[in-house]
Design a protein around this ligand. Structure first.
Ligand SMILES: Nc1ncnc2c1ncn2[C@@H]1O[C@H](COP(=O)(O)OP(=O)(O)O)[C@@H](O)[C@H]1O
Ligand SMILES: [Mg+2]
Length: 387
């Protein structure tokens, strides 16, 4: 009997989960929002709708386990369905920490795990009081709903935080850190707690959005070990099931801190598709189905992933596929998404002997795909000659 996984959300993570499900013959069903194309392009069974109690229950009835491609699900709804006996992984406790950055910070700090100094504010007076304590700049964040830097403001004054303050909601504020680098650790964890950890990667952000990931992170062994240990401790603390991504800060003064977690496959692990013995997507499926986890080691000395970000005025990236593939040994992943400016519409992974060489090639290919333009029209009066 085929094992079946239901995925809430039809974005690129669901698309790549489908890809990973084919090998072991796992059935996939997706609950997609109208207009989503990434997963609906490639998954045979799609239910359309928003993830409310009824749509989620109908999905849960048809599969062995329900899992998630995004954070837009109410943890209470998940808790209610779990009480009815349905299997949803990760569970509601993990989802609360993954969807609410304030709850996440508080929980990790209570567990004694290292996080930036933080507070909760609702207005300018609160922000000024916090800044008086920790100094400017202050990172101001929406506790939920943000992604790719949308929802994060690095404020040097109250003025800079006018936009989030005008919302009148609770905001997470934290010390603005002088970052030496950003790392990420991926952990896959089964329901009983069996765990595997991926090699620590370095993530490179531009304007708050991840543009590149390098594996392994080129850091001293003791820092890599500390990062892996911290990733495992966080996975235990939030009772993760499935893949948990832990974004880490290394500060200029040498502190290793948890930035944020994602309780699902993550951009920092896309290179695992080609670079690791078992991809994050396959291990996520195995973990939520409570199957033995696969080894996570790198197949080659180095791997680099560059995100394909749509450039202003770009069109269908497929028109640039031949040009990108001609550059060298690149692995291209396009998500089928509309190329709105700045949007992540794919990624490119390059394996190699060194991160430096792989990075240059991955960046070139990603830029070519992100800047795709329609082929120039033949000038009037010039006829095509068929030989
Ligand atoms: N406290 C901080 N100090 C300095 N930079 C920060 C801080 N918090 C976040 N950033 C920068 O902003 C990026 C996005 O922040 P993050 O909280 O991870 O939001 P998102 O949910 O959009 O990924 C981080 O990867 C980092 O580069
Ligand atoms: Mg982040």
């Amino acid at each position: 009997v085929q094992l079946r996984v239901g995925i809430v959300g039809g974005g690129q993570l669901a698309r790549m989960l489908q890809q990973a499900a084919i090998g072991p013959g796992i059935g996939v069903e997706v609950l997609a929002a109208p207009g989503e194309v990434s997963a609906p392009d490639v998954v045979p069974t799609i239910a359309w709708g928003s993830p409310g109690p009824d749509t989620l229950r109908r999905l849960a009835e048809r599969v062995d386990v329900v899992t998630f491609d995004h954070e837009g699900v109410d943890p209470d709804t998940v808790a209610d369905l779990a009480d009815e006996g349905f299997v949803l992984r990760p569970g509601p406790a993990t989802l609360i920490y993954a969807t609410d950055k304030l709850a996440q910070r508080r929980h990790l700090q209570a567990r004694g795990l290292p996080v930036p100094r933080f507070g909760e504010v609702r207005d300018a007076a609160g922000l000024e009081a916090f800044a008086a304590e920790v100094g400017w700049p202050v990172a101001v964040k929406l506790p939920s709903g943000g992604y790719d830097g949308r929802g994060v403001w690095l404020a040097r004054s109250t003025q800079d935080a006018a936009a989030p303050l005008s919302l009148g909601r609770a905001l997470l504020v934290e010390e603005g850190l002088d970052l030496a680098r950003e790392l990420a650790v991926l952990v896959a964890r089964r329901p009983a707690g069996d765990t595997v950890v991926y090699p620590v990667v370095e993530t490179v952000q531009r304007d708050g959005i991840c543009v590149e990931v390098q594996a392994p992170a080129v850091v001293p062994d003791d820092l890599a070990e500390a990062a892996e240990a911290l990733g495992l401790a966080v996975a235990d603390a939030v009772e993760a099931v499935g893949v948990l991504a832990v974004e880490l800060f290394v500060t200029a003064d040498g502190r290793l801190l948890v930035n944020e977690i994602a309780a699902r496959p993550h951009n920092s692990g896309h290179l695992s598709i080609e670079a690791c013995e078992t991809s994050q997507f396959e291990n996520h499926l195995r973990a939520v189905l409570d199957l033995p986890l696969g080894p996570t080691g790198l197949r080659r000395p180095a791997a680099v992933m560059a995100n394909v970000l749509a450039a202003d005025g770009s069109t269908d990236p497929h028109t640039a596929l031949a040009e990108a593939l001609a550059l060298g040994p690149v692995h291209v992943h396009l998500y089928g998404k509309e190329p709105r400016p700045g949007r992540k519409i794919g990624h490119v992974t390059v394996l190699g002997g060194s991160a430096t060489d792989a990075s240059a090639l991955a960046q070139r290919a990603a830029a070519v795909l992100g800047a795709a333009r329609p082929a120039p029209r033949r000038p009037a009066g010039v006829e095509e000659v068929t030989r």
